[in-house]
Ligand binder design. Structure first.
Ligand SMILES: Nc1ncnc2c1ncn2[C@@H]1O[C@H](COP(=O)(O)OP(=O)(O)OP(=O)(O)O)[C@@H](O)[C@H]1O
Length: 252
C-alpha cells in the first residue's frame, strides 16, 4: 500500500520517549513515525531495543514520558484504556487465557459486546478455521496448550472483534516453521480483507520481510529507520544483527 498525500495517518507517533521505571535511563528516545490504515509494519531490532516497550505504549499498557501518540487524530491519553484496547489490541508473547477454555476465550470479547449466540458461533468457527486451530482444542484450557498454541488462540481472540490496529509481539516465536509461515501468510491477507492495520514485532527477518509494507528498525531505544520494506537492504540488515549478536556474545 503506498502513502497518499491526502490520507490522514491512522496512527501518529511524535517524539515519544519512555523512561525506565526500574533503574535509570530511557527505554525509547524521541521516536516519530506515522502509519496509514491497512499497513503492515514489521518492528525489528536486536534484543532489548525497545520493541515490546513501543507496542505497550500504543495501547496504553505504559504511558509515554514525553511526546504524543494520536489515533485517527485523537490523543490516545483522551481515550479510556479499555475503549482504546478494543480498537488497538495487543497480543503479548506470553499469552494468557485467564482460566477459560479455547472456545470461551475466543467468544468472550463478543459476549461482552452483546453479540447474539449464533453470530458468536459463526465468528468462532470462522477464526478457528482461518488460524488452522483444530476443533478439538475448543475445550482445552491454558495448561493443555503449548506456548505457540496459546498465542494462536490469543490472536483469534483479538481478530474476532476486528480491531482497527492489531499489535503482535513475536507471534511466530513458538511456532514450527510450517505454522509460522502459514500465520504470516494469513496476517498478510487480513489488512486487505478487514482493513486492519498490523504492527508486528518479529526477530525472524525472512518472515518480517514477507509480511511487511513498512519496516520500523529500533536499536537501543532509538529509531534507526522507518522505511518501505521494498526499499530496505535486508541482506545488510541481517548482517547488522549478526554482527551485533556476535559483539554481545563476546561481551558476556
Ligand atoms: N519498566 C522498565 N524499567 C526498566 N527497564 C525496563 C522496563 N521495561 C523493560 N525494560 C528493559 O528495557 C529494555 C527494552 O525492553 P523491550 O522488552 O522493550 O525490548 P525488546 O526489543 O522487545 O527486546 P526482546 O527482543 O528481547 O524482547 C530491556 O533491556 C528491558 O529489560
Amino acid at each position: 500500500m503506498s502513502a497518499s498525500p491526502n490520507k490522514i495517518p491512522q496512527l501518529q507517533v511524535s517524539q515519544v520517549s519512555l523512561a525506565a521505571t526500574v533503574g535509570m535511563g530511557v527505554l525509547l528516545q524521541d521516536i516519530s513515525f506515522e502509519v496509514l490504515a491497512g499497513e503492515r509494519v514489521a518492528i525489528v531490532g536486536p534484543s532489548g531495543a525497545g520493541k515490546t516497550s513501543l507496542l505497550r505504549l500504543l495501547n496504553r499498557l505504559n504511558e509515554a514520558s514525553s511526546g504524543k501518540i494520536l489515533l485517527e487524530n485523537q490523543d490516545i491519553r483522551q481515550i479510556p484504556p479499555t475503549q482504546l484496547r478494543q480498537q488497538v489490541t495487543l497480543v503479548l508473547q506470553e499469552a494468557k487465557l485467564l482460566g477459560m477454555t479455547v472456545q470461551e476465550t475466543i467468544s468472550y470479547p463478543l459476549l461482552l459486546r452483546g453479540f447474539p449466540t449464533t453470530q458468536i458461533k459463526e465468528r468462532l468457527i470462522y477464526w478457528l478455521e482461518r488460524l488452522h486451530i483444530p476443533e478439538d482444542w475448543q475445550n482445552r484450557t491454558e495448561i493443555q496448550l503449548s506456548a505457540g498454541q496459546r498465542q494462536l488462540v490469543a490472536i483469534a481472540r483479538a481478530l474476532v472483534i476486528q480491531p482497527k490496529i492489531l499489535l503482535l509481539d513475536e507471534p511466530t516465536s513458538a511456532l514450527d516453521s510450517g505454522r509460522a509461515s502459514y500465520l504470516i501468510q494469513l496476517l498478510t491477507q487480513i489488512p486487505q480483507e478487514f482493513g486492519t492495520t498490523i504492527l508486528m514485532v518479529n526477530h525472524q527477518l525472512e518472515l518480517a520481510q514477507q509480511f511487511s509494507t513498512k519496516v520500523l528498525h529500533l536499536q537501543q531505544g532509538k529509531l534507526v529507520e522507518f522505511t518501505p520494506g521494498e526499499k530496505l537492504d535486508w541482506k545488510q540488515l541481517r548482517q547488522t544483527f549478526i554482527d551485533l549478536e556476535r559483539r554481545e556474545a563476546e561481551e558476556w
